[in-house]
Design a protein around this ligand. Structure first.
Ligand code: UT7
Length: 322
C-alpha cells in the first residue's frame, strides 16, 4: 500500500499582505479623458479613487511586495514556505508563469509554483487549493497571491471599463492548524455565459456590464450561503463579509440578501472598492488587509469571502482571520 503524505486535520490563514501602486486616479481625472463624471461613478459603482501602476511596474512586482508583506505579517521567513500559487488573469505573457519568478524574488527557493486563472474568483479558488494542499500533505505552507495590472488590458478611454478596474496585489499565507480556519470552498463556473466578459481583439477587456451585474446580484449570495452551510455555520455567525470588490452596489446587494437570510445588522461589509477600485483577483485579500489595518477586522473574526467574474467563475469560503 502507498504511504500518504504528512496529512493534517486543518489549515488556516497565518497572515495577510497587500500593496498598491503610488499613483492615485480620481474620477475627475478620468472625466478629463472620457465622457463620464464623478457623480455617475460614485452613484453607479461607488468608486471615489483607484490606483494605476506605473509603466515599469508589473503585476509580478506587486506580487513580490504583497507576498513579502503577508510573510512578515505571519512572522515567517521565505524558507518556511514551499508552495506559491499566483492568481492572475491579466498576464500578457503566458510563458513563463508569474509564480516561479515571484517565489524566487521573495526568496522562496525551489518552491512548487504555479499560476491559477479564475479571473476575479482567482483568490478564493487558489485559497481552496492551498488549504487542500496543506491538509493533504503535499505542501507545508502555501503563499497565495492575487496580483493584477488591469490597466494593461483595459482600453484607457473605454468608459464602461476604465472607470472600474485598477491595479494592485493581495496575499495570504496558509499553513497547518489544530482548529479549522478555512472552510470548504464552494466553487463552480457558468461557462455558457463566457461571452459576458472576454478580451476583445486579444487586447482589451469587454464586458456586458448589465448582464454581469444581474448575474452577480442574483447568483452570488446563494453561493455565499452555501459556503456558510458547508462550514457548518449560520448567517448570524458571520462577523465580516468580503465579496469581490466589483461594484459597491453588487457588494450591498449581496449583504442585503445575507441579512434577509439572518446575517446580523452589525456584520461588517467590505467597501474597499471606494478607494481601491476593482482589482480582480487581488480585491479580497487587499480588502481584508486594509480592514485589519484599520481595526475593522479583529483576530478570530468569522469572515465570509466570495469571488466572481469572467468565466463566469465563482468561489467562496469561510475563513477565520488571523
Ligand atoms: O469584476 C468582474 C465582474 N464584473 C462586474 O461585476 C461588473 C458588473 N457590472 C457593473 O458593475 C455595471 O454594469 C457597470 C459599472 C459596468 C455599468 O453600470 P450600469 O449601472 O450597469 O450602467 P449601464 O451600462 O446600464 O449604463 C447606464 C447609462 C447608459 O446611458 P443611457 O443609455 O441610459 O443614456 C450608459 O451609456 O449610463 C451610461 N454610462 C455612463 N455614463 C457616465 C455607462 N458608463 C458610463 C460612465 N459614465 N462611465
Amino acid at each position: 500500500m502507498l504511504r500518504l503524505g504528512n496529512t493534517v486535520n486543518a489549515a488556516r490563514i497565518l497572515g495577510f499582505g497587500s500593496t498598491q501602486p503610488e499613483q492615485v486616479v480620481t474620477n475627475d481625472d478620468l472625466s478629463k479623458i472620457m465622457d463620464t463624471s464623478d457623480q455617475w461613478i460614485r452613484e453607479r459603482v461607488g468608486i471615489v479613487e483607484r490606483r494605476f501602476a506605473a509603466k515599469d511596474e508589473s503585476a509580478e512586482d506587486m506580487a513580490v511586495v504583497a507576498g513579502s508583506n503577508a510573510l512578515a505579517d505571519a512572522g515567517l521567513e521565505p524558507s518556511d514556505v514551499d508552495t506559491v500559487i499566483l492568481a492572475n488573469c491579466t498576464s500578457m505573457v503566458p510563458i513563463p508563469n508569474y509564480a516561479a519568478p515571484v517565489a524566487d524574488r521573495i526568496g522562496i527557493k525551489g518552491a512548487a509554483a504555479f499560476d491559477l486563472n479564475a479571473a476575479c474568483a482567482g483568490f478564493c479558488y487558489a485559497l481552496g487549493v492551498a488549504a487542500d494542499l496543506v491538509r493533504g500533505g503535499s505542501s507545508g505552507r502555501v503563499l497565495v497571491i492575487g496580483a493584477e495590472k488591469l490597466t494593461d488590458v483595459v482600453d484607457p478611454v473605454d468608459r464602461a471599463n476604465a472607470i472600474i478596474f485598477a491595479d494592485g496585489a493581495g496575499a495570504a499565507v496558509v499553513g497547518p492548524s489544530d482548529e479549522p480556519g478555512i472552510g470548504p470552498v464552494v466553487w463552480g463556473s457558468a461557462g455558457d455565459l463566457v461571452d459576458l466578459i472576454y478580451m476583445r481583439d486579444e487586447k482589451y477587456i469587454f464586458q456586458e456590464g448589465q448582464s454581469v451585474f444581474r448575474w452577480a446580484t442574483t447568483q452570488i449570495a446563494p453561493i455565499a450561503l452555501r459556503a456558510l452551510d458547508a462550514a457548518g455555520l449560520q448567517p448570524s455567525d458571520v462577523d465580516v463579509l468580503v465579496p469581490h470588490q466589483a461594484n459597491l452596489r453588487i457588494v450591498e446587494a449581496i449583504a442585503k440578501r445575507l441579512r434577509k437570510a439572518g446575517a446580523r445588522e452589525d456584520m461588517v461589509v467590505a467597501d474597499d472598492i471606494v478607494h481601491s477600485g476593482n482589482t480582480s483577483s487581488a480585491s479580497i485579500p487587499m480588502a481584508i488587509d486594509h480592514m485589519r489595518a484599520a481595526g475593522r477586522i479583529r483576530s478570530g473574526d468569522v469572515t465570509l469571502i466570495v469571488g466572481f467574474g469572467a468565466g463566469l467563475s465563482y468561489a467562496g469560503q469561510v475563513v477565520i482571520c488571523p
